[in-house]
Design a protein around this ligand. Structure first.
Ligand code: DQA
Length: 145
């Protein structure tokens, strides 16, 4: 069974509280439950959330040493400027899919830029929580494995 890490960055612990018109009314725990329900039997899932750049980087490094097969990451606002997280994704050489709950292309101009996406095999945006499930499916396709 493939080992997949699902990483959520800053402010995603505030799901269900923050800007509900954009991110919906489901909580972070609700997101974790949703993903487990959808793919928990097909893959070995781990979850990590942090508001700190360094902690996210440490988690990505750990994925390398713990031999994860894939990473799903929503880097939150770090998407738009964290070259350190981009470097970490490149450093671990594990297929990684970037997910955004909202459609970052139809919002403020700064959100259209992702510095982390070029290090990923795909970017999924604007599909709500379903985007995470789609990302897992991409990572478990044979050709990405
Ligand atoms: C987000 C989009 C980012 O621009 C924003 O900073 C977030 C969440 C999303 O999931 O839509 O925190 O990554």
């Amino acid at each position: 069974m493939k080992k997949i890490m699902v990483v959520n960055g800053p402010n995603l612990n505030m799901l269900g509280i923050r800007e509900k018109n954009i991110y919906g009314d489901k909580t972070y725990d609700g997101l974790v439950e949703f993903i487990k329900q959808k793919r928990g039997e097909a893959v070995e899932l781990s979850f990590f959330q942090s508001n700190c750049e360094g902690a996210i980087i440490d988690c990505l490094h750990e994925c390398y040493f713990e031999k994860y097969d894939g990473v799903v990451i929503n880097p939150g606002a770090y998407t738009h400027y964290s070259y350190a997280i981009m470097d970490a994704i490149k450093a671990i050489s594990i297929p990684t899919v970037e997910v955004h709950i909202s459609d970052v292309d139809s919002r403020e101009a700064f959100r259209k830029i992702s510095v982390t996406a070029p290090a990923c095999i795909a970017q999924i945006k604007g599909k709500g929580f379903d985007g995470y499930v789609e990302a897992i499916d991409l990572l478990t396709e044979e050709k990405n494995g």
